[in-house]
Design a protein around this ligand. Structure first.
Ligand SMILES: [Cu+2]
Length: 168
């Protein structure tokens, strides 16, 4: 009897590890590679029906020997206009400002687009951002070229922490 309980216990623990692993794989499936550029954890927050703007976030890693620049995000059907924004302090107030020359990603560096930092600004939403839905956009890099990614709609407060601290 004791042996059976022990077996069940091991099975239970092992079983939950398998589950964790599976959800991590799902999480990592929202990952893209374009030459030496790696993009992962692409998401946007859900919005109330009346919202006019939304922001997109991701991690961009540049494994190339030279810097690259995210010049624009195009091909977005759910917003009228898309800009790349940075956050700056002005008179002790956080403000966002468009990066007119794009977002620089130095060689061998990771840049995080995240709340209170760099972000993709979707202006003039044509539809609300709904949980679980994917929202398409094409990222255009100066050197690496273009790639279409899916912004996954998640609840406010979501943090892609697993992506942020993992190196592979
Ligand atoms: Cu903004």
């Amino acid at each position: 009897m004791k042996k059976i309980i022990k077996f069940l216990f091991i099975f239970f623990v092992f079983g939950s590890f398998v589950n964790i692993d599976a959800s991590e794989k799902n999480h990592h499936s929202n990952k893209y590679k374009l030459g030496n550029i790696e993009i992962e954890g692409v998401y946007t927050f859900i919005t109330p029906p009346t919202a006019k703007v939304a922001a997109g976030y991701m991690k961009i890693e540049n494994e190339a020997r030279k810097a690259d620049t995210l010049l624009s995000v195009t091909n977005v059907s759910f917003a009228e206009k898309v800009e790349i924004h940075e956050m700056i302090m002005e008179n002790q107030v956080m403000k966002m400002r468009p990066l007119l020359d794009g977002l620089n990603i130095a060689s061998d560096e990771e840049v995080y687009l995240k709340p209170s930092g760099f972000h993709i600004m979707f202006i003039g939403l044509k539809e609300p951002i709904v949980k679980g839905k994917m929202y398409k956009g094409t990222l255009n890099f100066k050197n690496a070229g273009s790639i279409t990614v899916n912004f996954k709609a998640v609840d406010r407060g979501y943090h892609p922490d697993k992506d942020h601290h993992k190196h592979h």
